[in-house]
Each structure stands twice: as C-alpha cells, then as structure tokens.
Design a protein around this ligand. Structure first.
Ligand code: HEM
Length: 387
C-alpha cells in the first residue's frame, strides 16, 4: 500500500517554480510583453516594421542612426526578454538584409552593446535562439484570443506558421513536464502507483506533441538561411564570434524527456545537443541537470520487478520514437522543398540545419543521419524483462 499522498501535488509545483517553469505554459514565457518602456521606442519602431525594412533594404541605414541605449532602463525579467527578442530579430535582419551572398560581418556598437548587455543579464547568447523565436514571441489576439507572433521577419505566413506550431508544441508538452516532475517525486517517495499514472500521462503528452507537429504539414516552405562564419560585435570584441541559429533542438522539452527516460545518444549527437543547452534560459538548463542527477527511472523500474511499470515505460519510449520519426518526415519534406528552389534568393528565416551540423555535409544528409541516430538510440532504450 502506498503512503498517503498529501504533499504530492505541492512538491512538484514548487520544483517547477524553482526553475521558472510555468504550470500553465511550461517553458514558454507566460504572457510575454509587447511593449518596452518609452525610452526604448527606437527599438520597438524598427521591430514593428522589420519585414518591410528588410525587404526594402532600409534596415541597415535605420539601425546605423539608432541611438545607443543602455539596458539599465529595463526593469523586469519580461522586459529584458522582450528586449532580447527585439534585438535578436533586428540583428538577424541587419546581417541578412542583402541576402545570403553578402551577410554583414560587423554589428554596429549601438546594436551590439545593448544586445550583449541584455544577453549577459539573462544568461543567453547574443543571437536569435529558440528562447526568443518561440518562447517569448507569442501573444493572444483579443478579443478572439487567437495566437499570433509579436515580431516577424520576411517569410510571412510560413515563418508565422512555423513559430505558432512550435508554440503549440511547447504548450502540448506542459502536461508531460508536470508528469515528469510527479514521476521524479514518486520515485523519491517510492510511490509506484503515482509513478505509473505519471508515465501514462507522459505518454499521452508525447503523443499530443506528435499530433501538434502534424500541423507543420499544412505549411508551405521556402528557402532557408545559413548562418555567417562569425559576427563581430562592435565595441564588444574585435574577433568574430560564432553562434548557432535558432533551432527547436534548443527546446528544453525533449532534453528533459531524454534525461528522464535515460536515453543515451551517440557521443557526436550528445555533443551537439549539449551545445544547444547553452541557448536555453539558465534555469531551464538547470532543470535538465536536476533531472539528470535525480534517481534513475530505469534502475527503479528494473529493481521494482513491476511489469506494469516496465510496459508503461516502454510505451513512453515508443511514443518518443514515433515523435522523432514523424519529425524526420517533416524535416525530409522541408529539405526536399528547399532543394528544389533556385539558389540566390533572399533568405526567409525559416529554420535550416544548424551550421554545426551542416559544416559536416551537404544537402541535409548529415542532418538526417543525426536525426535518425537520435531516433534509433531512443528505440534502444526499450527495456526487456530480463534486463
Ligand atoms: C518545418 C519544421 C521543422 C524543421 C525544418 C526542423 C528542422 C530541424 C533540423 C534541421 C534539426 C537538426 C538540428 C539543427 O540543425 O538545428 C532539428 C532538430 C530538432 N528539432 Fe526540428 N524542425 C522543425 C520543426 C520542429 C518542431 C515544431 C519541433 C518541436 C519543438 C522540433 C524539435 C526538434 C528537436 C527536439 C530537435 C533535436 C533532435 C531531437 O531531439 O530529436 N522541430 N529540426
């Protein structure tokens, strides 16, 4: 018989709060701001017109005239996140205004200095990351309460669709994150019934993520950008700095599920995925590390001899394999569409392979073999009664 379950609900909620994870929105920033204090109007005016300024090639001139503002006027965490979002989008536009063939290699100090300052305050890199593109870039349009994005880039409906589906994926993961925390606590408290329920909930959430990812199929894809070799942040360093572009590999969701389920990726894949953690808000990265150091779910299941737990664990793993297989289908379709487009067009800022992966191959082969390896290693986690 299990001990009474009085603290079961409060303990996980406290843990989530410790890592700035919302009970309602998960890793999404709850209710992101759309406006900064008045002194930052020059940034917001540019951000609100960004697609037009880039397409008409006026952005670089506008940025060069922008006043140098200090981030000290940003008071709250949400203001800082909006500032990072806005400056990262302006940076993308500034670098790519003239297209893929002529990226700007130096960022002027009136953009570089505040961007680096706010990045340091947040513990984020000074580049557009998943934390900006998706986690901070959503709002509900009143009165219908439809979802919309806050800042955009050329890429119109395709980009908007990509961001919003990814927001919905993050939202679909929330019950899974709650279940994960419940499961970790259940192991600590030796409550196998609670663990079983949590694993069932986790599986449902993973399946819901796959269904949500299905909405990507209705989108049309165009060509994708590559990142520059490096970017010099004027007034910050004289050497170019290298950063990856925004990628959903920077989403905390699957990192957390992998750690909890004890999935072991190949060294090469793990190295890449670990690098992606540097693009997450530090408290979310700390959450993954906390799960990593929690007692092992797999060891607990094996030593419990509980067949029901073992079967339910395996169903979670299978659901994760299906999610990854489905993602491979989406990426393949995207890569094929991109490959058939003529070269030399202006980038439309949809996610492409990270430079870290693409440097090692062309035409998406390296990316696909990475994604397949990650999927296949997930499958290897299936437990057998004799393990
Ligand atoms: C058209 C839509 C999408 C494309 C083209 C795409 C493309 C890619 C690519 C190229 C990678 C390899 C890593 C990299 O280069 O950054 C990747 C990895 C990844 N993507 Fe996507 N992606 C899409 C949608 C999504 C969505 C909506 C999610 C959900 C959050 C997602 C989650 C991931 C994850 C977690 C990885 C890391 C590999 C793994 O853990 O399995 N992707 N994606």
């Amino acid at each position: 018989m299990e001990p009474p379950s009085q603290n079961l609900k409060t303990t996980p909620l406290l843990s989530l709060r410790r890592f700035h994870i919302s009970e309602d929105y998960g890793f999404l920033l709850p209710n992101p701001l759309k406006e900064l204090p008045d002194q930052f109007r020059p940034w917001m005016e540019i951000a609100n017109e960004l697609p037009h300024l880039i397409e008409s090639r006026q952005l670089q001139a506008r940025v060069n005239k922008m006043p140098l503002l200090s981030c000290q006027g940003l008071k709250s965490y949400r203001e800082q996140r909006l500032a990072h979002l806005v400056l990262s989008f302006i940076t993308m536009g500034y670098v790519w205004q003239e297209g893929q063939t002529q990226p700007k290699e130096v960022l002027p100090r009136n953009l570089a200095l505040p961007f680096v300052e706010v990045s340091r305050n947040l513990g984020l890199p000074p580049i557009l990351a998943h934390a900006d593109l998706v986690l901070t870039n959503w709002t509900t349009r009143n009165p219908e309460r439809n979802l919309d994005i806050i800042v955009s880039l050329p890429g119109g409906e395709s980009l908007r669709g990509f961001i919003l589906v990814t927001v919905l994926v993050e939202k679909a993961a929330v019950p899974g994150i709650m279940a994960l925390v419940q499961a970790v606590n259940a192991i600590l408290q030796h409550r196998d019934n609670s663990l079983l329920r949590a694993l069932q909930q986790l599986r449902l959430s993973i399946q819901d993520i796959t269904r949500t990812l299905g909405q990507m199929h209705s989108k049309r894809w165009k060509d994708n950008p590559a990142m520059p070799v490096g970017l010099t942040y004027e007034g910050v360093s004289t050497e170019p700095l290298k950063y990856s572009g925004g990628s959903a590999a920077q989403s905390t969701v699957l990192h957390a599920f992998d750690e909890f389920l004890g999935i072991c990726h190949s060294k090469e894949s793990a190295d890449f995925l670990h690098r992606m953690r540097e693009y997450m808000p530090p408290s979310h990265k700390a959450f993954i590390e906390e799960i990593h150091s929690a007692p092992s779910l797999r060891d607990h299941i094996l030593s419990s001899g509980n067949d029901q737990l073992l079967t339910t664990y395996n169903k979670c793993v299978e659901a994760l394999v299906e999610l990854r297989s489905y993602h491979i289908t989406v990426v393949t379709k995207y890569l094929i569409t991109v490959a058939t487009k003529a070269k030399g067009r202006k980038p439309n800022h949809l996610p492409g392979p990270s430079q870290a992966l693409e440097e090692r191959g062309t035409g998406g082969t390296v990316v696909l073999s990475f994604l397949k390896s990650v999927r296949d290693k997930t499958l290897e986690a299936i437990l057998h009664q004799s393990d």
